[in-house]
Design a protein around this ligand. Structure first.
Ligand code: NSS
Length: 438
């Protein structure tokens, strides 16, 4: 063993930055096999996974055999020459002739490379987060947040936060999580930043947040978490049409950024980057009425006035291969803050963005009521207590302006962009009805 040359990131090698060069990498031995005097190690660092080959003839017998005996997830430092080789996964491999510091792991790593049940993998999530597919998703997730923040910065929005302990529902009482808050009752975890955002637009103008939201979703589904990350936007002097344009541009920018900057990760998770490059503004818009008609023609159960559930969104979104808006939901199925359409008060100036291919709702939002009396009336109609919303009503008394906003479920968008069939793998430690451990 000789001293290692400088360590480089595996991603740099896979991107072609070190072809033919002598480099060292360090990481966890994710997988291995041997055949005919050659060992193939799959090594993972924080940036990627690559194949490393050890030829028996390049080592003394003891070193070669010691490496061969290493259990999975041992940490290795390997030095060698980068070879372009089409047979290697990702097209490059490290031809190793020097093995450095080794941290041997215990022999019984619970996640073997066979198929495990979902519950087993969730019980071992603290280890399963190392899986290369999950690693790619989490890297895409980080890039997602970066791309969103870039877009907001370029367009003059300010990031701001709301409290997580709140006292009144934004999205209906049935999914509120009540928490023990000193000796006070009626304190809950936030479902949305929105109500506070409506106060903050009078301070900061165009704003956004990226924060967790909490919903006590009563059932386990493929697309609900009890803790999800919510990207929300609110802006003054903006109507429904204006806020939909924000959604068009933001989602397109994020999709294009992932496709351009992380094509390898996208391919790894099963999404062709070209499909995201096809995103183009503006996204098509259909009315709620048209959506009901499409579903009824398809023989799906749906009456005018019903909310969409999975039974409806699945079939509806299979008609599209790009995202589209559904506009003008009935007043009866939307929360109190949605502004009724002045030309047709039985519907609201609201819009949900639907992801295609059966994925369904990824954004919900619209124009808010900015008139005091109208808001009070809607609060009464929904049997809410105006006292709970006194500060929210106040906002309509001093300098009220037309304003709009929306909330985007980050895990929902990632699930679609990564073409996953379940929401759980879009977040490192998913929380749902049954799971808060690990
Ligand atoms: O309930 S929403 O449709 N709308 C709001 O919360 C508004 N107050 C947002 C706003 O206008 N500022 O939720 C918005 C999005 C929705 O489209 C989903 O993409 C996502 O939040 N969402 C969820 N994702 C994962 N799990 C759960 N349980 C969930 N609930 C909503």
């Amino acid at each position: 063993m000789t001293a290692m040359s400088r360590f480089v990131d595996i991603a740099e090698i896979l991107d072609g930055g070190h072809d033919g060069e002598r480099v060292a990498i360090r990481g966890w031995m994710y997988n291995k096999r041997s055949s005919g005097g050659i060992q193939f190690l799959m090594v993972r660092d924080g940036t990627g996974v690559m194949q490393c080959t050890l030829n028996r003839s390049s080592f003394d017998e003891e070193t070669y055999n010691n490496v061969e005996k290493l259990p999975l997830e041992s940490v290795v430092e390997l030095e060698g020459v980068v070879k372009v080789d089409e047979r290697a996964p990702n097209g490059r491999e490290l031809s190793v002739n020097n093995v450095g510091g080794v941290i041997e792991s215990q022999p019984d790593y619970p996640i073997i490379r066979k198929r495990h049940g979902v519950e087993f993998l969730l019980d071992n999530r603290h280890l399963y987060v190392r899986d290369p597919k999950l690693q790619s998703i989490f890297r895409l997730r980080a890039k997602f947040m970066e791309a969103a923040r870039d877009w907001f910065r370029e367009h003059g929005y300010t990031e701001t936060q709301s409290p997580m302990f709140i006292t009144a529902a934004c999205e209906g009482g049935s999914t509120l999580f009540e928490v023990k808050y000193f000796d006070r009752e009626g304190v809950y975890l936030s479902q949305s930043w929105q109500l506070y955002a409506e106060a903050m637009i009078c301070s900061l103008g165009k704003i956004y947040t990226i924060a967790p939201s909490f919903r006590a979703e009563p059932s386990r589904t493929r697309r609900h978490l009890s803790e999800f990350w919510h990207l929300e936007v609110e802006e003054p002097w903006t109507d429904l049409d204006g806020i939909m344009k924000v959604g068009d541009e933001l989602v397109t920018h994020i999709g294009h950024t992932l496709a351009r900057e992380m094509p390898r990760e996208l391919r790894m998770v099963g999404r062709d980057p070209e499909e995201l490059l096809r995103l183009e503004t503006p996204f098509p818009r259909i009315t709620y009425d048209e959506a009901v008609e499409i579903l009824q023609k398809d023989g799906v159960e749906m009456l005018w006035g019903d909310d969409f559930g999975w039974q409806q969104e699945g079939p509806l979104t299979r008609h599209f291969d790009l995202p589209f808006w559904v506009v003008g939901f009935p007043t009866g199925i939307k929360p109190f803050y949605h502004k009724p359409d002045p030309r047709r008060p039985e519907v609201t100036l609201s819009a949900d963005l639907m992801a295609p291919e059966g994925y369904g709702e990824i954004i919900g939002g619209g124009q808010r009521i900015h008139d005091y009396d109208q808001l009070l009336e809607r609060i009464h109609e929904d049997n809410l207590d105006p006292k709970d919303y006194s500060w929210y009503l106040d906002l309509r008394r001093w300098g009220t302006v037309p304003h709009s906003g929306f909330g985007l479920g980050i895990e929902r968008v990632l699930m679609w962009m990564c073409k996953l069939d379940h929401i759980r793998d879009t977040i490192p430690f998913p929380r749902d009805l049954r799971r808060v451990f690990p």
